[in-house]
Design a binder for this molecule. Sequence first.
Ligand code: SF4
Ligand code: MG
Length: 337
Amino acid sequence: PRSFLDVRDLRIHFNTDDGVVKAVDGLSFQLDRGKTLGIVGESGSGKSVTSLGILGLHRHSKARVSGEVWLDGEDLIAASDERVRALRGQRIAMIFQDPLTAMHPYFTVGAQIIEAYRVHNNVSKKVARQRAIDMLGRVGIPQPARRVDDYPHQFSGGMRQRAMIAMALVNNPELLIADEPTTALDVTVQAQILDLIRDLQEEFHSAVIMITHDLGVVAELADDILVMYGGKAVEYGTAETIFRRPEHPYAWGLLGSMPRVDRDVRDRLIPVKGTPPSLINLPSGCAFHPRCPYVGYNGIPCRTEIPTLAEGSDHGVACHIPPAERQRIFSEDIAPA
Ligand code: SF4
Ligand code: MG
């Protein structure tokens, strides 16, 4: 393995009555401790399934999984169910868009954090309770010693999100996966939660995967960005590269819908029209071709040949337009003069 997390050719396919859903189809990426990877795409691009695959949560479903997920030198795909369960919540933790998918409504917030801690640590209830109070304080819950005995519904949406983060981080996970963690929150709380994740990451030196449909969320947080479309990576590189000189026509569209981009740029970008493809019946060739303004550009075989991302390069782009041409189109037609 080349990194703390090294995902190689991950495939997660589901059999359904309508056919095989290729939710993740040959995904590779690396992530080091202390770094953040943003996985960006529309809903149905396979980005959430990717995280479930890393967590081993597909194991209870009828998914067919192949590839390798190396975490600190151990392949999680090959590991036993028991081993993966032991790692989950301890070395790997996850936060979701909706805290109620992670927190049970009938138990107090404190009881759930205590349980999450005691599953992996042989400590008394008293010690675990103090740990829960400390964690609630750390994520910015006021009067944590009092609020620890509240039920989730007694917290506001933003506070529930903080409590879920406290629960996810109670065991100092080395890998934190956050799936749309701020989507349901208003802009101010969103910014606070992202700051909180960044602070905790610095403190714990964890690797973070931030999954989002919104490039704006990862603009300041991510070191690397992987853009997913139709279950595959279409562009992968450093955040600086993806924001400064993206090369995939889909990324041009995504950047165009991002409010942080300089207005002159946004006005020139082509919005992504149309809807994401069905993962059962992907368009032939480049899955993006029905929506791509450059389909067939200079006679390239968009409808028949699947473009691939160059393996191991610093900046991978799955598009048939030659690299120099993509850069020229971006700098002349899309980026401001
Ligand atoms: Fe567009 Fe063709 Fe590139 Fe796909 S391969 S992104 S259809 S130009
Ligand atoms: Mg999702």
